[in-house]
Design a protein around this ligand. Sequence first.
Ligand SMILES: NC(=O)c1ccc[n+]([C@@H]2O[C@H](COP(=O)([O-])OP(=O)(O)OC[C@H]3O[C@@H](n4cnc5c(N)ncnc54)[C@H](O)[C@@H]3O)[C@@H](O)[C@H]2O)c1
Ligand SMILES: O=c1ccn([C@@H]2O[C@H](COP(=O)(O)OP(=O)(O)O[C@H]3O[C@H](CO)[C@@H](O)[C@H](O)[C@H]3O)[C@@H](O)[C@H]2O)c(=O)[nH]1
Length: 438
Amino acid sequence: MSLRISVIGTGYLGAVHAVGMAELGYSVVAVDVDEAKIAALARGEAPIYEPGLDELLLKHAESGQVRFTTDISEAADADVHFLCVGTPQRHDGLAADMTYVHAAVDALAPHLERPCLVVGKSTVPVGTAVPLAERLVKLAPIGSGAELAWNPEFLREGFAVEDTLRPDRLVFGVSSDEAEQQLRSVYASAIADGTPVVTADLATAELVKSAANAFLATKISFINAMAELAEITEADVTKLADAIGYDERIGRKFLNAGLGFGGGCLPKDIRAFMARAGELGAPHALSFLGEIDAINLRRRERVAELARELAGGSVAGRRVAVLGAAFKPQSDDVRDSPALSVAGQLHLEGAHVAVHDPRAMANARQVYPTLEYADTVTDACRGAHVVLHLTEWPEYRRIDPVELAEVVSARAVVDGRNCLDARAWRTAGWTYHGLGRP
Ligand SMILES: NC(=O)c1ccc[n+]([C@@H]2O[C@H](COP(=O)([O-])OP(=O)(O)OC[C@H]3O[C@@H](n4cnc5c(N)ncnc54)[C@H](O)[C@@H]3O)[C@@H](O)[C@H]2O)c1
Ligand SMILES: O=c1ccn([C@@H]2O[C@H](COP(=O)(O)OP(=O)(O)O[C@H]3O[C@H](CO)[C@@H](O)[C@H](O)[C@H]3O)[C@@H](O)[C@H]2O)c(=O)[nH]1
């Protein structure tokens, strides 16, 4: 009989994971406490924008391969339960808020009458899983045989469906051979296609995830530190990245200098990692991540500063067009969006900020309701004294600077992602400013 899977938490990770498991042929029940989200998913409507998700969701919701519910007791019969709830940054510090993980286990455990594997996918501080396993066993009915494993998730938003169906690696944090075998059967098709598997203890699996995101954040801040120097020396950080990236030990990926990293993962994960190191008595081990965070946040301030300079010293009373609201292209996610952070700052300084984004306007409006939102790039830029290109949607690269010049008040553009055609913009009479790119 095919495996029965439950997925607890249907956000950016869980919704895709649930649908991905259905695509692999498993019978899936997906649970969330958010009634509106579950109602939308049950209708076959994805509550997030993620390329490829709509089609798969519709197919599997209609066929009943995946069901959505707010009633966690409906997950009781699953063989494998994936925990995909949020672990955001706490409001009172850097550490991860583990409330949702605990609540999910507390709600699920009493229903686990039969042997099953509960698999954590959320990103958690190292040292979470062992006590969580004890909590699970304590709250499950006596003799239920429920066991905990950790299988961190590495998907990228914008490529989430692809990364779920064809992961580049699998990490299984397990306490028994049975747990490993169960995870191997869940992911049998990816493993048959050659996806490498690293099997480890629970702590290693947790640590791998934090380490991966810390490394990615470090790579981005490294190149952005180079961009700071390139800007002063009028060197070109994009060429620098190409040149060092040809060294296979370095690699060109994640060396795109610009406005820096945001989103629901890298910023909060490096902070939680630092906080955890402190709790473990090793604060110095990760103190460099504080600098990685600081370099990253300086990029946002630099773009705000350039906007002020280009607007004649202050943005008060000036019109600023912000192209991009999502934290990255191909996503509607605005969590810790660098673009919106800059937009919000300039708005606070008295600018009239008009934002455009192909997918993230509804989410942006919820977080920054006082900004203006324009349906088209042209409308966002009408009368602008400065245009800020802050999220590199492909359509922004196709903007004709000659046409756009007709609607702005001043031809000044900051390319916060260093990917517009600088020569074309300058030829059309614009003052073009990249970040570490002359
Ligand atoms: N977003 C990503 O690309 C990604 C990738 C890898 C790992 N992660 C990690 O996965 C976790 C989830 O991230 P996300 O981006 O999907 O967050 P999210 O906020 O989009 O989704 C979390 C979901 O969990 C639900 N939830 C909260 N408490 C619940 C409970 N008790 N029972 C059932 N549902 C509950 C929320 O309503 C929400 O829908 C985080 O730990 C994150 O770091 C995320
Ligand atoms: O060269 C680069 C690459 C990325 N970014 C920025 O970095 C952020 C994060 O990008 P990316 O890592 O592609 O997006 P996420 O979807 O947040 O994915 C990260 O976070 C997930 C959640 O933990 C992990 O699963 C993924 O492996 C990890 O890449 C975005 O703001 C990007 O604009 C840069 O500034 N320069």
